[in-house]
Design a protein around this ligand. Sequence first.
Ligand code: UT7
Length: 323
Amino acid sequence: MTVRSFLRGIGHALPERVVENAEFEATLDTNDAWIRSRTGIERRHFAAEGETTSDLGARAAKAALDDAGVMADEVDAIIVATSTADLTFPSAATMVQEKLGMTRGFAFDVQAVCAGFAFAMTNADALIRSGQAQRILVIGAETFSRLMDWTDRSTCVLFGDGAGAVLLEARDAAGTPQDRGVLAAEINSDGRFKDILYVDGGVSLQTTGHLRMQGKEVFRHAVEKLAGTARATLAKAGLQPNDIDWIVPHQANLRILKATAERLHVPMEKVVITVQDHGNTSAASIPLALSVARADGRIKDGDVVVTGAIGGGLAWGSVVFRM
Ligand code: UT7
């Protein structure tokens, strides 16, 4: 017997404002055809003035709690994966806690940029299996529109805002790959690559700063590392690539998704793709895609799901679970 982190509820939240690729044509030397063909992105959501990461995170969390039929005061912990917290401190997680009306438990943020959801899930799973918490809300929430340099066409067309949330719950299980819940997780980072994707501001510089990226370099690492971490996590779970029902990858670029699936010998029909509608929402992209594919009936109970993400740091990782 063992304890597994069962995915009891899933939800998401998107800002109301939708921005189509064509909108950028008025201010930048870019066009819909370039953005679509090089990234797969067609539109993205941008937060309204005053709408914050914790607002989106709290809405996604409420949706996950409703999906689970669980009340906020029955949750022991909140982990928010974000690089765009409302304030330098306190954490976005404590703000979500307050917005949910939770007066017990603990809440903290995890900052691993686009890989944040994999890092947050790994931490939550460890807390559950060690008995520290029975139910944890794991949230990916971002407002990357606030980090954009609107004059830089190579980055500002890529990102969007949103949030997704998963309610994990401790369940007794047999300890086999047939169990439902998180089966394995794997996280990595390599600070030698910190300069290929970063924000040129922060508390030490007394500015918020803007996102800077060497796109081609990040692309190269993404294709190589995403397939590697997925394979390693599957092996830890006692599974093979042909056991995969769904890949729910970080949504940065459709070409990265295709290359990763190809390396794993998994057909694109098994890859959940939302990048066309959301752009790259950093730590929010995996739980957002998971929520969309669960709600539309694609991901069913018992399905084996592999998630994987890479982002600034570089940081990357993967989580394998059975729904
Ligand atoms: O979430 C974190 C992980 N992030 C990623 O995984 C992103 C990884 N990188 C990428 O997705 C791609 O590298 C990009 C989409 C960012 C760029 O695509 P690319 O095919 O690598 O293009 P490039 O950077 O090599 O640029 C090719 C050309 C350049 O023009 P020149 O120098 O050949 O004249 C760029 O200036 O495309 C130009 N370009 C654009 N043209 C029209 C760059 N951005 C745009 C744009 N519209 N928005």
